[in-house]
Design a binder for this molecule. Structure first.
Ligand code: UDP
Length: 368
């Protein structure tokens, strides 16, 4: 019997890569298809060396309830014929919630990687997903002491919670291209180290409200008058920019397709500043030692805010925070690079393998 890892999106592929590698043939990757295109999924599977998953059907692009219920029905059928030893889900996606419900329905132990994150913002579907998954989980892998405290405050039994660190730390360490490959990549794009801003925008609160999208792009375009701004454009954002008639605001920016993970890390490593609404990027900058402006109303990752990141709502505050971030200069970035990441030491996946071994009755760990 295998360990089923249920995932469906780009950040889950990134953050479960090392665990899947360590589990070797014991890992059965089940991909719900929440992210179904080549740019957000296919190339990540190939680039990260993830074994061919079992695919569910009819999920990508559908509303949340349809995604969850369609994945749940298919997972239940799968778990009936092939009962896994344990189900592992990561983070707060619809795929993760479907995996958690399916494990619960078949009485399979559920392991939640990245448990205990809380934005306390009930407008975010992800916040509901997190809370529900944590209620169902039998093993809760908290990345930080703060995440553990969040769980205990909600009444989760302390013996179910382990502080493992976040698996993103080892993902960055193992996927960051070496210095030569990085400089070749920068050269190709005509960028110089510490001489550009790297931005990503994809959250519905920023893309689906035309006023927010306009405000963000206006600030990025103004920044681009002083420093190159690279924007790998998420397919949802591209569609919304076009629908809202905002394409002209992209003209001053260096717009690219969504980047593969190694290419993204290569650019992030040498950016003078990042601007993003991504969850994962808030963690990655703490490993890379770069300053970040987070464009959101709330964050479930306050650990990043202490030294590395500033939270701003879309609007002029973005431009101000970005200029402050750039003004840190080389000494400020050197200070950040010397700080340890609050998200762990790069051994989270090893710790999770050990927790899985305690759950399992048959030997499976290929890299004990
Ligand atoms: N990322 C990437 N290419 C890009 C933009 C982002 O590989 O063009 C990575 C990023 O480094 C992070 C992950 O995708 O590891 C984050 O995914 P996303 O922002 O979609 O999700 P979130 O982290 O907000 O859940």
């Amino acid at each position: 019997r295998s360990i089923a890892l249920v995932l469906g999106t780009r950040p889950e592929l990134v953050k479960l890569t090392e665990l899947i590698r360590l589990l070797g043939p014991a890992a059965h990757v089940v991909h719900t298809g929440q992210h179904y295109d080549e740019e957000l999924s296919g190339r990540f599977l190939t680039d990260l060396g993830i074994p061919e998953p079992t695919y569910l059907t009819g999920i990508g692009g559908h509303p949340r309830a349809v995604q969850i219920s369609a994945a749940l029905a298919q997972l239940d059928a799968l778990f009936q014929t092939e009962p896994p030893l344990a189900v592992v889900v990561q983070g707060d996606t619809n795929a993760a919630l479907a995996g958690a419900l399916a494990a619960n329905a078949r009485s399979v132990p559920l392991v939640h990687v990245e448990a205990g994150l809380r934005s306390h913002d009930r407008n975010m579907p992800e916040e509901h997903n997190r809370v529900l998954i944590d209620r169902l989980a039998d093993v809760l892998c908290a990345a930080t002491p703060e995440n553990r405290d969040n769980l205990l405050a909600e009444g989760v039994a302390p013996e179910l919670v382990e502080i493992t660190g976040n698996t993103v730390v080892e993902a960055v360490h193992s996927q960051l291209p070496d210095a030569d490959e990085r400089s070749a990549h920068l050269e190709e794009l005509g960028l110089t180290p510490d001489g550009y801003v790297l931005a990503t925008v994809h959250r519905p609160e920023n893309t689906d409200a035309p006023a927010a999208l306009r405000a963000i792009l206006t600030e990025l375009a103004a920044l681009a008058a002083d420093v190159p701004v690279v924007l790998p454009l998420h397919p949802r954002t591209r569609a919304r920019v076009e629908a809202a008639g905002l394409a002209a605001l992209l003209a001053p920016l260096r717009v690219t397709r969504p980047l593969g993970y190694r290419d993204f890390l290569a650019l992030a490593r040498h950016a003078a500043l990042l601007v993003s609404d991504s969850g994962g990027v808030q963690e990655e900058v703490t490993v890379l030692g770069r300053p970040l402006v987070v464009v959101r109303n709330s964050t479930e990752r306050p650990e990043a805010m202490a030294d590395f990141a500033t939270l701003v709502a879309p609007g002029p505050a973005l431009g101000r925070a970005a200029r402050e971030g750039l003004a840190l200069g080389a000494p400020g970035r050197a200070r950040l690079a010397a700080l340890p990441s609050p998200f762990g030491d790069g051994l989270a996946s090893h710790r999770i393998v050990r927790l899985l071994a305690e759950l399992a009755t048959t030997p499976y760990a290929t890299a004990a």
